[in-house]
Design a binder for this molecule. Structure first.
Ligand code: GLN
Length: 532
């Protein structure tokens, strides 16, 4: 393979059109055609990474193996490509400026005036090319966050312009825009698309391919009109209709020939028809679920679906494997009390307590754990959810009424405590225990071992607090055991209650590693317990 090919995905008219899904779908098709592909997200905000962002602002923070706190779109990239991403796959304006300013302070610019053009744009170009340089990828797909025309996107668009100029047929720009339907006029409107392409052209970028997001099928006249006014080839206008599942989008785009047109424009030989057999099998399973199962997820950002994106996807993957449709009730932890727990949870076949930070909603989460434990309802606690399970067990089984995490209160029973190395940290950004760590499953009779079928696993972390080993012996004696531990630090990673139908708490985040073609074993086992 000679040169790495670069595909840029820009968005026009409005946000939330599904650029991430488009990038993931095209990358999937090229991958299934026999190439190694990765996807990168450029985010035009000044936070160095989204780790410090409240989920209300930007949805879930996704974590990679190498410990990068990233945009949730990286979750889609991994779920579609079934390959891990890394820090290099997510770059924000903040990170770009930070590295330029660091270089300036070191004197690397040799007395030059440091400017947005060329220094910021060069740094953006460097971040894009970096993924191609290692030789690991035939194709790098780069999604430009935000909408064309935003002030903050301008340096990114300028970098795309320069790279297109430099790379010639090794680079391609795909622009995703909206074709709205005006009910009163009974018509689909192309003007917003024309304006957004004009905006790109003003910035010197001619899109090579247009993907039109629409809620109604587009006829060929309309596509020809768009092609003519936007200066793109007639065969390079595609539509992205609403689909029942995001996992159908690659197939819908392939049927229109998007991958073929993109690869032809990039002069990337079409080696074979994309191998999508397994993908189609999975989709077939997803579209033929019989039984419905009611489960509850207890968290504090439940009004915002994107805040638990990976958990939602992992649950759906697990439902697909088990052949059941999950009716997930998202329960706000602040609204859950001892008084209403039974009413809200009694018909649920499984209860998941979500990760989180801060004191708000904690008592509701602990109540949910208690209800699951006492009523033998399959339970999965993730990170803070696991910590709540430990607190609940300590309070109600060990009788330590003050049991708590030192994150929430000073207590004489700190069953969850801050890690030693965290005590001196004052900065909030990128200072948690982050990324992949090994975990040894010691107990071969545990639910964890039965799920994974492995003694050593690797899972991703994002937290500051830990199970306090001073309480382990007493916990174990009373029925909550540590079935998985970090082999190096002895930190407890998995707790289980053996006498319970299926009760597992994990300090790590298994949801980050569930993929459409490789659903996560722990989620699969959890839903299996719910239906058995
Ligand atoms: N707030 C807890 C901690 O920092 C849990 C974090 C999480 O759920 N991701 O340890």
């Amino acid at each position: 393979m000679a040169n790495t090919k670069f595909i840029f995905v820009t968005g026009g008219v409005t946000s939330s059109l599904g650029k991430g899904i488009l990038a993931s779908s095209l990358a999937k098709l090229i991958q299934a055609g026999g190439y190694s592909v990765t996807i990168q997200k450029l985010d035009p905000y000044l936070n160095v990474d989204p780790g410090t962002l409240n989920p209300y602002e930007h949805g879930e923070c996704f974590v990679t193996d190498d410990g990068a706190e990233t945009d949730l779109d990286l979750g889609h990239y991994e779920r579609f490509l079934n390959r891990p991403t890394s820090q290099a796959n997510n770059v924000t304006t903040g990170r770009i400026y930070q590295s330029v300013i660091n270089k300036e302070r070191k004197g690397d610019y040799l007395g030059k005036t440091v400017q947005i053009v060329p220094h910021i744009t060069d740094e953006i170009k460097r971040s894009i090319m970096l993924l191609g340089k290692k030789g690991d990828y035939d194709v790098v797909v780069t999604e430009i966050g935000g909408v064309v025309g935003d002030i903050e996107s301008l340096p990114f668009i300028e970098a795309v312009r320069q790279l297109k100029w430099e790379l010639g047929s090794d680079a391609l720009c795909i622009h995703l825009t909206l074709v709205p339907y005006l009910a009163a006029a009974g018509e689909l409107k192309t003007k917003p698309t024309q304006h957004s392409v004009k905006q790109l052209l003003e910035n010197g970028v001619q899109p090579d391919i247009l993907v039109l997001r629409t809620e109604h099928a587009l006829n060929s006249n309309l596509k020809h009109k768009v092609a003519l006014f936007c200066n793109v080839d007639r065969n390079a206008v595609f539509e992205s209709p609403d689909a029942k599942s995001i996992y159908e989008i690659p197939l819908l785009l392939h049927n229109q020939g998007l991958d073929e047109v993109a690869m032809t424009k990039l002069r990337l030989p079409i080696k074979k028809d994309p191998d999508l057999e397994h993908w189609k099998d999975q989709l077939n399973k997803l579209y033929n679920l019989k039984e419905s199962v009611d489960i509850a997820v207890v968290g504090k950002y439940v009004e915002l679906p994107d805040a638990y994106k990976s958990i939602h996807e992992a649950l759906n993957h697990a439902g697909m494997v088990n052949g059941v449709k999950l009716n997930i009730e998202w329960i706000h932890s602040e609204k859950l009390t001892e008084e209403n727990a039974s009413e809200l949870l009694k018909d649920k076949k499984a209860i998941l307590v979500a990760p989180g930070f801060g004191h708000r909603g904690i008592e509701g989460k602990i109540t949910a754990v208690k209800f699951a434990r006492e009523n033998n309802i399959p339970f999965l606690g993730i990170c803070l959810g696991m910590q709540c399970a430990v607190i609940e067990f300590a309070r109600n089984v060990l009788g330590l009424k003050n049991a708590n995490s030192t994150e929430f209160a000073a207590t004489d029973a700190p069953v969850i405590d801050i890690m030693e190395e965290q005590k001196t940290i004052t900065n909030m950004g990128h200072t948690m225990r982050l990324g992949a760590y090994p975990c040894k499953i010691s107990d071969l009779n545990s639910n964890a071992f039965k799920a994974y079928g492995l003694e050593t696993i690797s899972e991703r972390h994002r937290h500051r607090y830990e199970f306090n080993n001073a309480y382990l012996e007493e916990m174990t004696e009373k029925g909550m055991s540590a079935t998985g531990k970090n082999p190096d630090s002895d930190l407890v990673e998995i707790v289980e209650i053996k006498s319970h139908k299926w009760f597992v708490g994990v300090q790590f985040h298994p949801e980050y590693k569930s993929r459409f073609e490789a659903p996560h074993p722990l989620f699969v086992a959890f839903i299996k317990a719910a239906v058995s």
